[in-house]
Design a protein around this ligand. Structure first.
Ligand code: FRU
Length: 502
């Protein structure tokens, strides 16, 4: 094992990255026997997209991660995105009589024939290895763009449900099954909201309104591969109802034009964990913190691609509309180390303040207040260049995020800007999480989120500036973050563990 692994330039320390090679979507997120599993789209042979297989990592707490060997390698077909469920009652009959099997549903991509179909594989060793089901494909429509099965159990209608995207037609299909092997088409959703690119990686998530479990609604999330976030890829969501057959948007509660999950260029293909334990009551998801446009040229080595932090999901009311909120997983606070307090007080127009030296891994909380004539910025710099500018206009209640081109990232389609309204807020709270090249900003407890990659060789620092009026800096605290990824767990761990158990 190479000692330098984990210390390379831009390497995140508390966001999951594989030691080497290309990674994209998270797949098969499931909690089973004390382990949170993170499978992911992975190229075991190189730093570019290709040879898609399911890589694998595990965690006891969603905070610390350990990479394991590839769980589902490519065959004569590539193994595209999908999900895993625990077949507790062995309805599939694929159990070994000792422990419930893990069932992985994924898209097999037959490149020469250009066909995508849904396949199943089963694991009897806690997700370390999977055997392909003899009856594959389990759903085959003879289509080129039919992918990303997400399976869950719907208690009210007593059936397993599978969502699959008809990517170019902008439909999500809903299939039903009793035995997880035979699937019947029940309904579909779409086209709706953005149809500017292919629809990918759907997820359907039950969320309670006002934290009342008796009152719940569903959020359907669909990624769009181009044309959404300032022309790039992104994720949209719809709030509505699901009866086990159909998902419907009710304009009384959620916008039919859909909401944007993340304002930044780098949050894609997020999916929620299945079978979460009782100590983790709200849904949690993780996304690929990159994108298919600029991510392929991000200057990291010897890996490319990363996972976002796990985020807890909730619904909140904004005016008449229910919207999706995302907070950093509570348990991440355990990584906070030494804290430093920045400057607080009022800044007059044209005054700026940089309070901390550059750091590679930190969590900074900044709260700003202002009047109708106040506009301020919070920027991330590497000491030479400004990498990101967040502008808050208190009068028009707008926040914008602008990623600038930078010397260390001569990447096409890098410079991107988005603006979003922040109604009903007189104070803006930013939680800024920086980790190597990864930045996630949660605005007003996650009512808006921005995720991006920024490339600074020796860390970043924030600068606060008042452009017009008077800016009140009410809070400015920075906490250094600790490493939570074990880059040096022995590769042989798994086979040893395997031997011990058998
Ligand atoms: C989304 C995606 C999925 C597909 C996978 C292939 O990033 O295009 O639709 O299953 O990546 O790697």
């Amino acid at each position: 094992m190479d000692d330098a692994i984990g210390t390379e330039p831009f390497r995140p320390q508390y966001h999951f990255t594989p030691r080497r090679n290309w990674v994209n979507d998270p797949n098969g997120l499931v909690y089973f026997e004390g382990e949170y599993h993170l499978f992911y789209q992975y190229n075991p042979h190189g730093m570019d997209w290709g040879h898609m297989s399911w890589g694998h990592a595990v965690s006891a707490d969603l905070v610390s991660w350990r990479e394991l060997p590839v769980a589902i390698p490519e065959t004569d077909q590539m193994i595209f995105s999908g999900s895993v469920v625990v077949d507790r009652d062995n309805v599939s009959g694929l159990g070994d009589g000792k422990a419930p099997p893990l069932l992985a549903f994924f898209t097999a991509f037959d490149e020469p024939r250009s066909i995508q179909s849904q396949h199943l594989a089963v694991s009897h060793d806690r997700g370390r290895t999977f055997a392909h089901y003899a009856g594959n494909p389990i759903i085959d429509l003879d289509l080129a763009d039919f992918r990303d099965p997400k399976v869950f159990y719907h208690a009210e209608s007593e059936a397993w449900i599978m969502l699959v995207a008809l990517a170019r037609d902008h439909y999500i299909q809903f299939y039903r099954s009793q035995n997880l092997l035979d699937w019947t088409l029940a309904g579909s959703f779409g086209p709706m909201g953005s149809t500017s690119g292919q629809w990918e990686c759907p997820d359907l998530i039950r969320l309670s309104v006002d934290e009342d479990p008796a009152n719940s609604l569903w959020v359907l999330k669909v990624d769009v591969d181009v044309g959404l976030v300032d022309g790039g890829s992104g994720a949209q969501y719809f709030v509505g109802r699901f009866d086990g057959h159909r998902f419907t948007v009710d304009p009384e509660i959620g916008s039919p034009s859909g909401g944007l999950v993340d304002q930044g260029p780098d949050f894609y293909a997020a999916v929620t964990w299945s079978d979460l334990p009782p100590e983790q009551p709200s849904p949690v998801w993780i996304g690929w913190q990159s994108n298919h446009q600029s991510g392929k040229a991000y200057p990291t080595y010897p890996w490319r691609g990363a996972m976002s932090l796990p985020r807890e999901l909730y619904l909140f009311l904004e005016g008449e509309e229910l919207k999706l909120g995302q907070r950093p997983l509570k348990a991440l606070a355990s990584l906070r180390g030494a804290e430093r307090r920045g400057v607080r007080g009022s800044l007059a127009a044209a005054a700026s303040q940089a309070s901390f030296a550059p750091e590679k891994c930190f969590w900074q909380d900044i709260s700003l207040g202002g009047d109708a004539d106040t506009t301020g910025t919070v920027s991330l710099t590497d000491g030479h260049e400004t990498l990101l500018t967040v502008t808050i206009a208190f009068g028009s209640k707008e926040i914008s995020f602008e990623r600038h081109t930078s010397q260390l990232a001569p990447v096409d389609f890098f410079e991107r800007k988005t603006t979003t309204q922040l109604p009903f807020c007189d104070r803006v709270d930013l939680q800024i999480l920086v980790d190597g090249a990864l930045v996630e900003i949660f605005v007003n407890a996650g009512r808006r989120v921005y995720s991006a990659s920024l490339f600074a060789s020796d860390g970043m620092s924030t600068g606060i500036e008042c452009l017009t009026g008077t800016l009140r800096v009410e809070r400015d605290d920075l906490a250094l973050m600790q490493r939570s990824i074990d880059f040096h767990a022995q590769e042989g761990d798994v086979s040893r563990e395997h031997r011990e158990r058998h």
